[in-house]
Design a protein around this ligand. Structure first.
Ligand code: SF4
Ligand code: SF4
Ligand code: SF4
Length: 352
């Protein structure tokens, strides 16, 4: 363990932590645009610099390991000035169109620029106009917004194991045409400036919101944590809900997926809002299916099953379950079939 001070407060932390991690444990989140705790840290953005007593130069918190007795300052004027310079320099290669940018609330560069009151680039914007890469059916790459943090390239290479992205000679991200992208969308979720965006942001999303604006007050999006229902891995994700519609899915950094998804979990959510999806139980009355409450439906199901069980016994039942429900729901289902119906005739669609 190492005894350190951060902003004049004493802490005892594991001695293999970086300053960045030690600060985070202390509840101090340092700014960073090129850091992700799933990847080996590199100090390339230099936003997370801090002052360390006895060190002449500012220290990169992402890569520097703490040592016993270290005294760290995270908010001095010198530190703030250094961070401002980094942000101004990044703005030089980024379009200054925040007011019109559809990804505005999710861009860390904009958030930090506001926090550090940086409005002007170091040099006059030297951005060229690169064409959008719209080849993928699920996402669009906008090289003009890319700040060359390399995170998407690394997530694709090191975590997804695909290697479909690289940095171009001009210093922005590009697709490698010889490598097939899996459309997992993990590059989207790691990009700090939303230079890679789901297609719906540009198309349906804007259209839907414009239509909804006309008829009702716009509510803030909310995130609903849930489990992916596509396979037994059970990835943890957040459904982003706007105007009672699921508009996006974001991975959660917990086991088993630790912030990653596959194409199904990331993009396969349109069925949730589909107009022909059943949202209430239907009971056949006089030859026609009519909407019913869950209470009515359950009462009917249990009445019919009891009648069948009493007349023919348990062996006539079989329960066929689904990979589209969670492991816990599958467990409950087999328990229902075994203990209530009284049969071991239970199987799952993965083996049918
Ligand atoms: S969608 Fe997945 S596979 Fe495709 S470039 Fe992004 S991270 Fe790589
Ligand atoms: S596209 Fe985004 S994540 Fe990829 S290098 Fe550019 S800024 Fe970084
Ligand atoms: S995101 Fe993909 S791997 Fe994860 S649970 Fe869903 S379908 Fe399975």
């Amino acid at each position: 363990m190492a005894k350190i001070t951060i902003d004049n407060q004493d802490y005892e932390v594991k001695d293999n932590l970086t300053i960045f991690e030690a600060c985070r444990q202390a509840g101090i989140i340092l700014p960073a645009l090129m850091y992700d705790d799933r990847l080996e840290p590199v100090a390339s953005c230099e936003l997370s610099v801090v002052e360390v007593e006895g060190e002449k130069e500012l220290v990169n918190a992402c890569t520097q390991i703490v040592s016993d007795g270290m005294r760290i300052q995270t908010q001095t004027e010198r530190v703030k000035e250094a961070r401002k310079k980094v942000l101004s320099s990044l703005l030089s290669a980024h379009p200054l169109d925040c007011e019109h940018c559809s990804t505005t609330t999710q861009c860390k560069l904009q958030i930090y620029c506001q926090e550090y009151e940086v409005t002007q680039p170091t040099e006059t914007a030297k951005c060229k106009e690169y064409p959008l890469d719209e080849r993928n059916p699920f996402y669009i790459i906008n090289p003009n917004k890319c700040i060359a943090c390399n995170l998407c390239v690394r997530v694709c290479n090191e975590l997804q194991g695909v290697g479909a992205l690289e940095m171009s000679e001009e210093g922005h991200v590009q697709r490698i045409i010889t490598v097939e992208c899996e459309s997992c969308g993990n590059c989207i979720d790691i990009c700090p400036v939303r230079a890679i965006i789901p297609r719906r942001f540009e198309e349906e999303y804007a259209q839907e919101l414009a239509e909804q604006d006309k008829v009702q007050e716009v509510k803030e999006p909310r995130a609903v944590k849930t489990t992916c229902s596509y396979c037994g891995v059970g990835c943890q994700l957040e459904l982003i809900v706007e105007q009672e519609k699921v508009v996006d899915v974001k991975p959660v950094k917990v086991p088993p997926n630790n912030g990653l998804l596959c194409v199904k979990g990331k993009f396969g959510h349109k069925y949730i809002n589909h107009s022909s999806r059943l949202t209430t139980p239907l009971i056949k009355k006089d030859g026609k299916l009519v909407e019913a409450t869950w209470e009515e439906a359950y009462e009917l199901i249990s009445k019919k099953f009891k009648e069948i069980k009493n007349k023919y016994g348990s062996a006539v039942f079989a329960g066929l379950s689904s990979a589209k429900i969670t492991n816990e729901e599958n467990f409950l289902f087999q328990k229902l079939v075994r203990t209530v119906f009284g049969t071991n005739n239970i199987d799952h669609c993965a083996r049918l």
